[in-house]
Design a protein around this ligand. Structure first.
Ligand code: GLN
Length: 447
């Protein structure tokens, strides 16, 4: 804990944490040490964990990196956080992120941008940028982020670490501040696959507080980190043909696939013409869900209230105009638009149908193949400010990660070399629903 606090203190320029719980973490460490001596310590004893500022932790503030939740304190812990605490993990603080998880660069935060530790003029990715950098720069061992459309995998790729998004519904969302509820998934950052697997087996599984969470039994993922058989791997031709893909990432991805072939695995190309519809489908549906989820932030019930409002109407409009950042306001407007009576059928309903097509097609592929391999991101970490004024360019950063999100499939990003500037490249592996055991085993095998 002391070493982590020292690393946090010495790298404040990275802006990874929005709050640290120094005294508390040291006190917990002392208690856990005592339990260890008595051989009564939990499975995660000694593991220092950071949590994204979107996860509730009882009696601690949480703000979703937004002004609108200023002053809000959680009355309960998210199920995933509680399960960590119950196994004697040490929570060291809340980590910076894009406001309400909306962004791909961690520049949309009321607390300011996070910097990539490899090159501080570059973004760490988003939205869980603070969590990725905290693990990258040894400020904690593991971090919990949230991945709605790539927010764990994309920053993991930009920072050169592991980022896992499990199957949708594998981990309870109770106590996670909602962005788009039919996509939102808690994810895990680590440098070591075993840490990732151990944390997953602690936090996953049924929860009476979330009726959407799966009741499927939770395997002991950390017992199965080997991959003994020959895998059948598909890659989607369109992902490598995408013109926005940086050449070096294409080369690294194909080199890894060639190496797998050499080692006796089967690697085959598949047509996936639906790729160009994935991102629009994702943004229509997530903005619709976000506009509904964020309606509760009205200045009456939580956090910030505009001091200059005189009527109830003004209270709503001023609180929301002053409290939400630009990107969040843009998404609420987009969501309200696609849900409006004039566009509901041709935008929202159509996107729901396309989502089903994408899901069916991916599931058909995965009934025949063990894994789909693709890059995590089309580029390596870009400069801070580079995409800041071009929301569409920013959205295209998610072209490869939204695929698994739209289909609810588990996916992991692992380091796959670096480009000529020494910036990390990520490789993404997608598996069939609830196949995390294979996914982690295979990721470990490739690494
Ligand atoms: N960048 C994507 C978005 O802004 C993904 C965010 C996320 O996964 N929370 O929607």
């Amino acid at each position: 804990v002391k070493q982590c606090l020292y690393n946090i203190d010495n790298q404040q320029n990275l802006n990874a944490f929005v709050r640290t719980y120094d005294e508390e973490a040291l006190a917990t460490a002392a208690q856990v040490t005592h339990k260890l001596h008595q051989q009564k310590a939990g499975k995660l004893a000694g593991m220092v964990v950071g949590i994204k500022d979107l996860l509730c932790y009882q009696d601690h503030p949480v703000q979703a990196s937004s002004k609108i939740l200023e002053g809000f304190v959680s009355q309960f812990s998210a199920t995933c956080v509680q399960r960590l605490v119950d196994e004697d993990a040490i929570i060291i603080g809340h980590q910076n992120c894009d406001e309400f998880g909306m962004g791909s660069s961690n520049e949309n935060s009321a607390f300011g941008p996070v910097r990539n530790a490899i090159d501080t003029t570059r973004v760490p990715g988003g939205s869980s940028g603070g969590s990725a950098v905290a693990v990258q720069a040894d400020m904690c061992h593991v971090a919990l982020g949230t991945d709605t459309g790539g927010s764990v995998r994309q920053p993991a790729a930009f920072c050169g670490i592991i980022g896992l998004k499990p199957t949708y519904s594998r981990i309870s969302r109770h106590g996670m501040i909602a962005y788009a509820s039919s996509f939102d998934t808690i994810g895990i950052f680590a440098k070591d696959i075993r840490d990732c697997a151990t944390v997953l087996e602690v936090v996953a599984g049924a929860d009476t507080f979330d009726s959407t969470v799966s009741k499927q039994p939770v395997p002991h993922y950390s017992d199965y980190l080997t991959f003994g058989k020959k895998a059948k791997i598909a890659y989607l031709k369109e992902t490598l043909a995408y013109t926005g893909l940086q050449d070096e990432i294409r080369l690294h991805t194909t080199a890894t696939m060639d190496a797998l072939k050499q080692a006796g695995h089967q690697v085959e190309a598949i047509d996936f013409p639906l790729l160009e519809y994935v991102l629009p489908t994702y943004y229509v549906l997530t903005t619709a869900e976000a506009s509904a989820n964020l309606a509760r932030l009205d200045g009456v019930r939580y956090g910030y209230r505009s001091p200059s409002a005189h009527t109830i109407e003004e209270l709503y409009t001023k609180t929301r105009s002053e409290g939400f950042g630009q990107e969040v306001q843009r998404r609420i407007l987009l969501g309200a638009f696609v849900l409006g009576a004039n566009h509901y059928e041709d935008c929202y309903i159509k996107a729901k149908k396309i989502r089903r097509l994408i899901k069916d097609k991916l599931q058909a592929i995965l009934s025949d193949y063990d894994f789909i391999l693709l890059p995590t991101t089309p580029s390596t970490a870009f400069k801070i400010g580079f995409n800041a004024h071009d929301p569409l360019a920013m959205y295209w950063a998610d072209v490869y990660t939204t695929l698994a999100s739209v289909a609810g499939l588990p996916a992991i990003s692992i380091p796959n070399g670096t480009d000529h500037q020494n910036l990390p490249i990520g490789l993404q592996i997608i598996a069939n629903s609830f196949e995390e055991t294979h996914l982690l085993g295979f990721a470990n095998y490739i690494m």
